[in-house]
Design a protein around this ligand. Structure first.
Ligand code: SF4
Ligand code: SF4
Length: 441
């Protein structure tokens, strides 16, 4: 029998962080890393980040400096699949941030302060929805003295145009017969900026006969805190979600989540809360019942009239949520849906590359994020598509802001919005309004 290897002091202190010692510094990960491709510096590469983690463990740099350097990693996980030694740099960075806390700029802190609290995010969401639909938006944009202010201009670009679709206040129809019982978790980015994601999802699920409960009152699922290494805030938000779920735990068969980032986060609840007697079972139930929304619709929409839009009526291209593609091994996601439903949608070139949103990156490292996003915008332009479809509201927000900034007529839609449009309008061309028509700058 093999004698167990002694646990070193480093392993005791840093646990999985010591995986960084597996790195051979070969550099195979460099070309897939968006921050390295954009900045071309070692510190912005997966290999450089491994060196920072090693220096931190060996006490050669301070936690503050470590947090600062590692803060620019987008968490896209592209480096995981590229590494022949099996080093998961994205995860190492995430773990390092729990030791070396990242100091976020105040606008990011303020944003999360709002999204963490349901009582604050609701009125903010209502104000944003009002602004999106209001004729005042055009009037305000015409005020050059206002738009000369960089911050206000940036805010206006970030707030997406109003998406046509089901009315924001339209109540869902009642399910008939003995329906599937499901809970829906709507991510805070969608709730704030894309109200039609929720209304389209509830309408489509109800049309499919699903008896739906929308989970309310939790604020944010904890994704930004998990990525930022703030474990206390992450667990606090996870418990809030589970409190909202508690009354429904034995009543629903599945949980659907309309945001790819939130879905990855809620899948981690089981492990994160395994040691908490009050939440361990609930956390496990939540993670086990969570179903990928793309897979769900791939199966549920087969054979349901009306057919999805024909590619001739609108050129639709889809892109991957990078972390889902690289980490969760959901290689097929939208491809499966495409094949199952015969949508004829095309895949965006390099569709698995990060769009630059990267959690807080689009707010905390704006210029870096914009440089990375420009690669995605080029791919969109080259594809000749009219409409981009994705499953993560944060990415949609970032891409839509980029398209608006270059006055592109390409529209951005969440998967459920386009599915609901096609369900609603049958064979007719889906409702489409260009950014320019919507009042883009
Ligand atoms: S992280 Fe992996 S791919 Fe990158 S340098 Fe280290 S061993 Fe090579
Ligand atoms: S997770 Fe993405 S941004 Fe971070 S090191 Fe890996 S490839 Fe680069």
């Amino acid at each position: 029998m093999d004698t167990p290897r002694p646990v070193t002091e480093g392993q005791r202190r840093f646990g999985r962080l010591t995986d960084a010692y597996q790195c051979t510094h070969c550099g195979y990960c460099l070309r897939v890393c968006p921050t390295y491709r954009s900045e071309n510096t070692e510190a912005q590469s997966p290999r450089g980040r491994v060196s920072i983690v090693l220096a931190f463990m060996e006490g050669r740099i301070s936690p503050k400096e470590t947090g600062m350097i590692l803060s620019s990693c987008l968490g896209c996980r592209a480096c995981h699949r590229a590494c022949p030694a099996g080093v998961s740099v994205g995860k190492l960075v995430l773990l390092s941030r729990t030791y070396a806390r990242v100091n976020k700029p105040w606008p990011v802190k303020l944003f999360h302060w709002i999204t963490d609290r349901d009582s604050l995010s609701r009125p903010v969401a209502r104000t944003i929805h009002w602004y999106q639909q209001s004729p005042w938006r055009k009037t305000l944009r015409a005020q050059t003295w206002l738009m000369n202010n960089r911050m206000l201009r940036h805010l206006d670009t970030l707030i997406p145009e109003n998406h046509p679709g089901i009315e924001h206040t339209e109540s869902p129809t009642q399910a008939q017969g003995d329906p599937l019982r499901a809970a829906l978790l709507c991510g805070c980015m969608g709730r704030l900026f894309y109200p039609t994601i929720r209304t389209s999802t509830t309408a489509l699920l109800n049309a499919l006969g699903v008896q739906l409960t929308v989970l309310e009152g939790f604020g944010c699922c904890g994704a930004p805190h998990r990525e930022g290494g703030d474990r206390h805030a992450f667990l606090r938000q996870a418990r809030k979600v589970l409190d909202a779920f508690r009354p429904w735990a034995d009543k629903v068969e599945i949980i659907l989540c309309d945001s790819a980032t939130c879905r990855i986060t809620v899948l981690s609840y089981a492990r994160a809360l395994a040691g908490d007697p009050r939440y361990a079972t609930l956390g496990r139930q939540f993670s086990e019942k969570t179903v990928n929304i793309t897979d769900f619709f791939s199966q549920r929409l087969i054979g349901h009239p009306p057919p999805l839009p024909h590619p001739g009526s609108q050129r639709i291209a889809f892109f991957d949520h990078c972390q889902t593609r690289h980490e969760s091994v959901i290689m097929n996601g939208l491809r499966k849906l495409n094949a199952a439903l015969g949508t004829g949608w095309m895949e965006l070139p390099a569709s698995d590359q990060c769009c630059g949103a990267g959690g807080d990156t689009m707010l905390a490292h704006r210029r870096l994020s914009e440089r990375i996003r420009s690669e995605k915008l080029k791919a969109i332009e080259m594809s000749g598509t009219d409409c981009i479809v994705g499953t993560n509201p944060g990415c949609l927000l970032n891409i839509e802001a980029g398209l608006k900034a270059v006055h592109s007529p390409v529209i951005v839609r969440h998967l459920v919005e386009i599915l609901w449009e096609s369900w609603r309008f049958g064979n007719k061309k889906p409702e489409s309004v260009t950014n320019a028509e919507e009042g883009g700058p």
